[in-house]
Design a protein around this ligand. Structure first.
Ligand SMILES: [Fe+2]
Length: 506
């Protein structure tokens, strides 16, 4: 009798609160609210009132109460079984953040025209420094073309300002260095060079080997991109592994929280057969490549896809999970376009205010995107991927299900600063953090929600999958992601092993 009275008073309380907030509850919505705790019901009504909702149906309430449903799952307890003796725990961590290449949280820029000019000047200087070292290439400034006679060989470095097909079918470029500009042509009968020329983007810095034509016209014989040097993968003699994941999207309704928990249990040696546990026990470094949370207001109408509608609470969900990473695993986290930092590249590290608990952990390191760190002597470049995103629409032969191919295109250009003025914004920092200053041994990315790997000129490329189910956007794009995957990389032999947690039973 007492509980009936109590239930009745709770029901009255909910109805009264709804009336006060000008919310009109459907009978189904009221039923759902009665099943929740009074605190959750009040919170849900307050949020709906804040959103100026008038008629509240059961869907509205379901969406609000999802957070309540996930809470018991997020409050997970992972403990390392005593039988699990990870080899990586016996090794001292050997890593160094390459701060000279990394934007720090204290770097600032005011975005003036001079800053942009300086950024482009820095980019040109850096690309020149690489291209000048190319064998058989002796570049001269463009204004020396005037002194050159017809049919003489000319070498120069320039930025692509314009590109078009001439009336006769040749591929024409307007190229510019700091002082001068010229028009250069790839003749249509040179099929191989036409194909290469077609893949050159606006704003790219290229080396040209050619012959002087009429006036200042140049006939192109060879196009050089800065590229990585030709080399074999560097090997290291430590029996340790790195693990690469990406795009967790905590806070999204589509966040694969159960699979992520299975991943954490596996990382702690709670799951897997003996052979697998040996491999897991060698994981000394974990790389998380951005879009750690789903964010707020990232795209129109995102709220309907969110299980957690507060950015701080999204990071709390993330923190509770990531605090289960074993303390002997050095973890490097970069932001993505869904995180709580600016969209423009370079993106600064996720600030302390959003993840205070993780910032306190000595084995968790927040890096910018792009972000550089050296592990066991291997130079590692992490980048979430927004600039690469644009390549899919610009260059042929690229597919969102093969992100490694798009990453190779970036490595050939040695920069994330592609066509300025396109969709991806750039912030003109005091230094150019977007050029790829060194040839990386390892490159880890995300963004595409699709696993991909390759080796290019000594660099092992791994694009992480995601922990989010297929989104509406991906359905519209016809893009099928590869969720629930962790990639394990052997640092000794660069062998990649995949573990799929979607196939795992709890
Ligand atoms: Fe993402």
């Amino acid at each position: 009798m007492e509980s009936v009275t109590q239930k009745k008073s709770e029901q009255e309380e909910i109805v009264e609160l709804a009336n006060q907030k000008n919310l009109f509850l459907s009978p189904e919505a009221l039923q759902l609210l009665e099943k929740a705790s009074i605190a959750d019901a009040k919170k849900a009504l307050q949020e709906l009132a804040d959103e100026n909702v008038f008629i509240v149906n059961s869907n509205d309430i379901e969406n609000k109460l999802i957070r309540t449903k996930i809470t018991p799952i997020v409050e997970m307890e992972v403990s390392m079984p005593t039988s699990f003796k990870p080899l990586a725990k016996e090794y001292n961590a050997n890593y160094r953040e390459l701060k000279e290449y990394n934007l720090s949280a204290s770097d600032t820029c005011d975005g003036s025209v001079q800053d942009f000019v300086k950024l482009f000047r820095d980019k040109l200087d850096f690309m020149q420094s690489i291209l000048k070292n190319r064998q058989g290439f002796s570049p001269k400034p463009l204004d020396s073309l005037k002194e050159s006679t017809q049919k003489r060989e000319v070498n120069f470095i320039a930025i692509v300002q314009e590109k078009w097909v001439s009336k006769k079918g040749h591929l024409a470029f307007r190229l510019e260095d700091i002082e001068e500009e010229c028009i250069a042509l790839v003749l249509k009968d040179n099929a191989e060079l036409m194909e290469q020329g077609n893949r050159i983007l606006l704003d790219e810095v290229i080396g040209i080997k050619g012959t002087k034509g009429m006036g200042d016209l140049v006939i192109i014989k060879e196009i050089l991109q800065p590229d990585l040097p030709l080399r074999s993968p560097k090997t290291v003699e430590v029996p340790l592994n790195a693990c690469i994941i990406s795009d967790i999207h905590a806070g999204s309704k589509l966040f694969l929280e159960k699979e992520f928990q299975q991943f954490l249990k596996w990382l702690n040696g709670e799951k897997g057969n003996p052979k697998e546990k040996t491999m897991v026990g060698k994981i000394k470094y974990l790389f998380i490549c951005g879009d750690n949370v789903d964010g707020i207001g990232i795209y129109p109408d995102q709220a309907k896809n969110l299980a957690v509608k507060d950015i701080f609470e999204q990071y709390q969900v993330l923190e509770k999970l990531l605090l289960n990473i074993p303390e002997y695993i050095e973890t490097f986290i970069i932001p993505g376009q869904h995180d709580s930092v600016r969209w423009a590249d370079p993106q600064p590290p996720i600030p302390k205010e959003y993840a205070p608990q993780l910032h306190k952990q000595s084995n968790i390191h927040f890096l910018p995107s792009p972000g550089w760190v050296e592990i066991e002597g291997l130079k590692t470049l992490m980048y979430h991927g927004a600039a690469i995103h644009e390549l899919y629409g610009t260059l042929g032969n690229l597919s969102m299900s093969e992100p490694q191919k798009a990453i190779i295109e970036i490595l050939k250009r040695r920069t994330f600063l592609l066509n300025y003025g396109s969709k991806q914004p750039y912030a003109p920092e005091q230094k150019d953090f977007l050029s790829i200053r060194e040839a990386p041994d390892l490159y880890f990315g995300g963004d595409m929600h699709h696993f991909g790997s390759d080796t290019y000129r000594g660099c092992t490329i791994i694009n992480g999958g995601c922990f989010q189910s297929q989104t509406e956007y991906e359905i519209k794009q016809g893009h099928v992601p590869t969720p629930g995957i962790a990639a394990i990389l052997g640092l000794e032999n660069r062998k990649i092993t995949l573990k799929n947690f979607l196939e795992e039973q709890p």
